[in-house]
Ligand binder design. Structure first.
Ligand code: BTN
Length: 250
């Protein structure tokens, strides 16, 4: 069903498909220990213990969505710059969705992808480090393609947004090509271009909105991210920085 991807240099040249697994990130982590190359994609139809950010689980209807992980070896990247792996992945997904002629595609910091204010994709990055360098990174992606019912969740899918039917293998190969392009940009050291593109599509940037931190509500304006990827919010005249665990969007 899933084949080697044609229009890439290395991502998706080796595709490992399993009908079911606990989490493709876990399986990719194991595979990464016994192989050296980069670009392997581990994909499944059904995760029994899919993992999300902040220790949450990731639920996706089996056989209707893309749930996969990519193994990369960004040994050129210092740990202090690891946020750029978030940037390239989120931008790759963003570019892929824009290419579907969807109107409002935004990145909700750090790496949720929203279409018309609803979440269509979640990303879970897990890095292995040695000294100051990142030796392996597992990029886990859950992208809603055909699912239409999300219960109470504020979520959407490609089918819901476009009314069209899609083939999961075709969408995977298109998406991988967009992600590889962004990864190559990072390899070439184009960090400021990447950051600029990221900020351009950042959800709620330059808008007054409400947030919760330490059980207190406040209003502020997202101005950007700092050099290690923390969120910057201007509250009255002061810019404060936040970690993922310290802030919730209201
Ligand atoms: C989020 O919380 O938004 C991140 C969700 C990431 C889900 C993907 S699905 C493929 C990979 N395997 C996992 O267990 N999680 C990621």
């Amino acid at each position: 069903m899933y084949k080697t991807v044609e229009h890439t240099l290395f991502i998706g040249k080796n595709v490992v498909f399993v009908p079911e697994c606990s989490s493709t990130n876990d399986l990719a982590n194991k595979l990464a220990q016994s192989s050296k190359g980069e670009g392997t994609v581990v994909i499944t139809n059904r995760q029994t213990a899919g993992r999300g950010q902040r220790g949450n689980s990731w639920q996706a209807a089996p056989e209707q969505n893309l749930t996969f992980s990519i193994i990369i070896r960004p040994i050129f990247l210092a740990i202090k710059d690891q946020f750029f792996l978030t940037v390239i992945t989120a931008l790759g997904v963003h570019d892929y969705l824009k290419n579907k002629a969807l109107e409002k595609v935004q990145i909700k910091w750090p790496n949720d992808i929203l279409v018309n204010d609803r979440k269509i994709c979640g990303i879970l990055l897990e890095n292995q480090v040695q000294g100051t360098l990142i030796t392996t990174s597992i990029i886990g992606i859950g992208l809603n393609i055909l699912q239409e019912d999300f219960g109470v969740l504020n979520a959407t899918s490609l089918k819901k947004e476009t009314g069209s039917i899609f083939s999961l293998p075709d969408e995977l190969s298109q998406l991988l090509s967009f992600i590889e392009s962004r990864y190559l940009q990072l390899r070439q050291g184009k960090c400021s271009d990447l950051l600029q593109d990221y900020l351009q599509v950042l959800y709620r940037r330059n808008q007054l909105a409400t947030y919760r931190s330490n059980d207190a509500l406040f209003t502020g304006v997202i101005t950007g991210v700092d050099e290690i990827g923390k969120l910057q919010i201007k509250i009255e005249e002061e810019v404060r920085t936040f970690d993922l665990k310290d802030i919730q969007y209201v």
